[in-house]
Design a protein around this ligand. Structure first.
Ligand code: EZ4
Ligand code: CO
Length: 412
């Protein structure tokens, strides 16, 4: 079975997505997600200019060999652009192999290890009252685990808080936090770690008082703290029993997590911006984290992420696969097959896509009563409607960035 055609499709139904579509000489098709938020066209170019010519006439069944060939033959290893491109090829080939076998992909990964995949949703609010409304609305949608992000007094715009929630006419409507702005240059947000550290424990105290001890609560620090600040926050949040504290430090320096770990029993999750197992080497071997946050899309696909998770499993570290709206339905479906099959599953992030996205990407996966399931369709269970995709050309979009009160650029 040979790869006969490889197309890179850039579409922007509710936001930008980059999709690789492979077609074999048997007429089977496979899809892979290559979306890198705010840098989409670099991956599209990497694929169409440099990878597509290498794929034509390759044996579509040789997934591991193709992965190793793309990783090693480029000479320039790792990095988000390269690894998103490799991920797209990898997932498209797994999609094809599973279709050729007539099985949903999770069956080829070892079969189901559970009945459903526990998902967490993003609740947020500029005020505690708005946050409570958002938590209730997520519970009504079925979510059994909730990420809590909130405004900080004195700060104007902040990561993870849906800006449109308070706009007139939006009350009661579904909203989601979407950080990439489609207009003009990157928007500037403000940041003050001390104000955040003072405020956040009071929010978690209020949420626990209102919603009780059982509801799993998560929080994303989004790379903004120093190790000692992160340690302080982890300690301050211990009474509120978090499921995890995510990205408490930037973590390019893996050893920083040793310091955090010494001070707190709050579980730690990291890795949505990581690309390979090397980014986790110290973190996993020294048991400095509890959850691996990589996305299938940004970590070289199923082939690489499965290896990272098996390495993590030896240390009782679990999965928490990244699943914001900038992971396309193709990337999300791939994650769900992996989630269902691996033993050390932890939780899956899940933000619902918009209507235009769902019309462009037909999906077999389901979300019922707080649990996701990839469905039983052969392959990964997502098909791209190219006519729909063609209606929405790429739109330039950037993630925001942070400045401190004195104008210094800070981690976003
Ligand atoms: O900011 O995916 O945990 N989720 C996150 C996301 C990231 C975006 C960046 O593209 O941190 O909201
Ligand atoms: Co995050």
């Amino acid at each position: 079975m040979k790869i006969e055609r490889a197309e890179v499709i850039v579409t922007s139904p509710d936001r930008n997505f980059v999709t690789l579509k492979l077609t074999t000489d048997d007429g089977l098709t496979g899809l892979g997600d290559a979306t890198l938020n705010g840098r989409e066209l670099s991956v599209a170019s990497y694929l169409s200019d440099h990878v597509v010519p290498l794929l034509i006439n390759r044996d579509a069944h040789r997934i591991e060999d193709t992965w190793q060939f793309l990783y090693r033959s480029a000479y320039w290893r790792r990095g988000p652009v390269t690894m998103a491109a490799i991920a797209a090829v990898d997932v498209a080939l797994w999609d094809i192999k599973a279709k050729a076998a007539g099985l949903p992909l999770y069956q080829l990964l070892g079969g189901a290890s559970r009945n459903g995949i526990l998902a967490y949703g993003h609740a947020s609010g500029p005020t505690t009252e708005a946050l409570f409304d958002s938590i209730r609305s997520h519970q009504e949608q079925g979510y059994r685990a909730i990420r809590v992000q909130t405004g900080v007094p004195g700060l104007k715009a902040i990561y993870g808080v849906a800006a449109n929630q308070t706009a007139a006419g939006n009350k009661g409507k579904r909203y989601d936090y979407e950080p990439a702005q489609r207009s003009g240059l990157p928007t500037e947000e403000d940041w003050d770690t001390r104000a955040y550290l003072r405020h956040l424990p009071t929010v978690f105290e209020a949420v626990r008082n209102e919603f009780g001890p059982e509801l799993p609560l998560l929080h994303d620090g989004h790379h903004r703290m120093t190790p000692i600040q992160a340690a302080k926050l982890g300690k301050a949040l211990e009474p509120y029993d978090l499921f995890w504290l995510e990205d408490c430090t930037p973590a390019e320096n893996q050893e920083a997590l040793r310091l955090v770990r010494q001070h707190t029993t709050t579980p730690l999750a990291i890795g949505e911006i990581f690309n390979t197992v090397w980014d986790y080497q110290t973190l996993i071997r020294e048991q400095l984290i509890d959850y691996v946050r990589s996305a299938v899309t940004h970590t070289g696909g199923i082939t690489q992420l499965k290896k990272i998770l098996e390495f993590a499993a030896q240390y009782q570290i679990k999965s928490g696969i990244h699943g914001p709206t900038d992971i396309s339905p193709v990337g999300m479906a791939a994650a769900l097959h992996l989630d269902l099959a691996i033993h050390n599953f932890g939780i899956q992030e899940y933000m619902k896509h918009g209507e235009k996205t769902n019309a462009t990407f037909k999906q077999s996966f389901t979300f019922d009563d707080g649990y996701l399931h990839p469905g039983e369709q052969p392959g990964i269970g997502v098909e791209l409607d190219v006519d729909e995709a063609g209606k929405y050309p790429y739109q330039m979009a950037y993630l925001p960035f942070n400045r401190l009160a004195d104008g210094t650029v800070h981690d976003w």
